[in-house]
Design a protein around this ligand. Structure first.
Ligand code: CA2
Length: 150
């Protein structure tokens, strides 16, 4: 079973700036760990990051045909702006978990609304990069059993 991990704009800067907010791990560190953790859980993890909304949407559409069973997504700033990204996920209709490294609810008011949360199975915020691993563990369980709640 394949899980696609998507990261949006500026997350390629992880580990290079603002470590007090986003931690010290680079995106390559996070992606490597998720691939390893996925293997241990019997999941094949693929990763994609882009600074371009259209590239993310194209990758989401491609997931219809490449065996992807679920998404883990940190949409970055597009979380708070992008109806188009939400429509792409809704169009593909695979389970998704939204992850934010920081606790967006402790930050500026404009970060409190997400266009994605309303179509997500779950939302994780403020656990640092561990949030991605928590999402992966959740999906491993979710994909091998039906959801306990609608
Ligand atoms: O907390 C998160 O994961 C966010 O999705 C990160 C976004 C932000 O716009 C959201 O409100 C919350 C920003 C990503 C920028 O990532 C950087 C990482 C390191 C250095 C600079 C930017």
């Amino acid at each position: 079973m394949s899980i696609l991990v998507l990261n949006g704009p500026n997350l390629n800067l992880l580990g290079t700036r603002e470590p007090q907010i986003y931690g010290a791990d680079t995106l390559a560190d996070v992606e490597r760990r998720l691939v390893d953790e996925g293997r241990a859980l019997g999941l094949q993890v693929s990763c994609f990051q882009s600074n371009h909304e259209g590239a993310l949407i194209d990758r989401i559409h491609a997931a219809r045909l490449d065996g992807t069973r679920a998404f883990i997504v940190n949409p970055g700033g597009l979380t708070h702006t992008s109806v188009a990204l939400r429509d792409a996920f809704a169009g593909v209709a695979l389970p998704l978990v939204e992850v934010h490294i920081s606790n967006v609810h402790k930050r500026e008011a404009f970060r409190h609304h997400s266009y994605i949360s309303g179509i997500a199975e779950g939302v994780i915020a403020g656990l640092g990069v561990m949030g991605y691993s928590a999402a992966l563990r959740f999906l491993a369980a979710r994909l091998s059993a039906p959801p306990a709640v609608a």
